[in-house]
Design a protein. Sequence first.
Length: 148
Amino acid sequence: MKKRMAAIKQVLMKEVPVCRLAFWGLVVAFCVSCCINLVQLDRWNASRELSLAGSYSTNAYWRSYIVFDKNGNYCKYNQKEGLLEEGTYEASGGNQYHLEGNAGESGDILLVKDGVYYTDQDGSLTYASKFSDIPTFVGNWTLEWEGW
């Protein structure tokens, strides 16, 4: 009986390191796979082209909203005063756009990953975060803008 137990113990001692080696091999393979997936995700995010079309808002007390459509039109409004500015935009190169208001206003837009920076005629720089990829009007001022 002792010989049999010794033989079983010897067999088990040989198989345990193989099981451990297989386990750690799977752990390493899983970690390498996760790293490769993260690199691929980073490359995919870097290659995506940013789109200006959509809706943006500032975080100020009286939020200003800026809406851009795919046809080159934009409008800026808030809930208190309604329509502030309306006009067209055109690409200036890269992620930069030039705004030309219908009432003679002008400004510039810099499109970044999660929003836009825009400058008015007075030179003030304002950040507006993107909250929708679809041109969306918030509130009840939309009836004033028949062209939208």
